[in-house]
Design a protein around this ligand. Structure first.
Ligand SMILES: [Zn+2]
Length: 225
C-alpha cells in the first residue's frame, strides 16, 4: 500500500475487524480510526454525547447518521489522517453514511482508496462474540479461549477484563440483523464503484493478517499506484 492510502474495513462484529485493523495500522503506519472505540471512550468519560450514545448502544441500535458523520468528519480533518491516510473501522455502516463519507472525502480531496470486506459467516461470529471479553480501561480484546495471564486482569494495563454489556447473545443477534439489513447493501454499493475487495476472515489471526496485507497491497497498487 502506498503511503497515505485511505482504507475502510467492513465486516460483521466478531469478524476480527478490530484486531486486524490494529495490526494493519501498525504495518502501514497509519492511524486506526475506530468509531466504536471513540464512542466507548465518550461513554466512559460520561460526556453528554457519551450518555446519549450509551442509550443507543445498550439497545443494540446504531447511532443516527448525522451524529456519526459529524464525529467522522471532525476526526478525518485532523492532521495525522490528512498526512498519512487511515484505516477506518466501524464507519460507514449504512449507504447514507457511505454517501456522506464520499462527500467528506471529496471536500478534502482525499477519496477512499479501497474498501475491504472481512468475511466471516454469521454462526461463527456468534460463537466468537459470546466468548469475547474486553479490558474496561484500554479496550484490549480477550476471549474465554485466550484470557489474560492473571485472573481477568488486563496484560497491558492491569484493568478489569469483562464481557461487554452489548455482547449478550440477544444483543449480538439483534446487531447481526441490523447488519444484514443496513450494512450489507454497502458492500453492493462499494462493489458497484469498483472499490471493494472481499477477504476471507476465517483461520488463525496471523494468516488473516497476511491475507489482508497481500490483497490490500495488490489492490492499492492497482488503484493508487
Ligand atoms: Zn487494559
Amino acid at each position: 500500500m502506498i503511503p497515505g492510502a485511505r482504507l475502510v474495513l467492513l465486516g460483521r462484529q466478531g469478524a476480527g475487524k478490530g484486531t486486524q485493523c490494529v495490526r494493519m495500522a501498525r504495518h502501514y503506519v497509519v492511524p486506526h480510526i475506530s468509531t466504536g472505540d471513540m464512542l466507548r471512550m465518550a461513554v466512559k468519560e460520561g460526556t453528554d454525547f457519551g450518555r446519549k450514545a450509551k442509550e443507543f448502544m445498550d439497545a443494540g441500535e446504531l447511532l443516527p447518521d448525522d451524529v456519526m458523520c459529524g464525529i467522522v468528519r471532525e476526526r478525518l480533518a485532523r492532521e495525522d489522517t490528512t498526512n498519512r491516510g487511515y484505516i477506518l473501522d466501524g464507519f460507514p455502516r449504512t449507504v447514507g453514511q457511505a454517501d456522506e463519507l464520499a462527500s467528506i472525502a471529496r471536500e478534502g480531496g482525499q477519496p477512499v482508496d479501497l474498501v475491504v470486506d472481512l468475511e466471516v459467516p454469521e454462526d461463527i461470529v456468534i460463537q466468537r462474540i459470546s466468548k469475547r471479553r474486553m479490558c474496561v480501561d484500554c479496550q484490549t480484546n480477550y476471549s474465554v479461549d485466550s484470557p489474560p495471564r492473571y485472573d481477568w486482569t488486563c496484560d497491558n494495563c492491569g484493568g478489569e477484563v469483562l464481557q461487554r454489556d452489548d455482547d449478550t447473545e440477544e444483543a449480538i443477534r439483534h446487531r447481526l440483523e441490523i447488519y444484514s439489513e443496513q450494512t450489507s447493501p454497502l458492500i453492493e454499493w462499494y462493489s458497484e464503484r469498483g472499490l471493494l475487495v472481499v477477504v476471507d476472515g476465517l483461520g488463525h489471526p496471523d494468516d488473516v493478517t497476511q491475507r489482508l496485507i497481500r490483497d490490500v497491497d495488490h489492490r492499492t497498487r492497482r488503484i493508487v499506484g
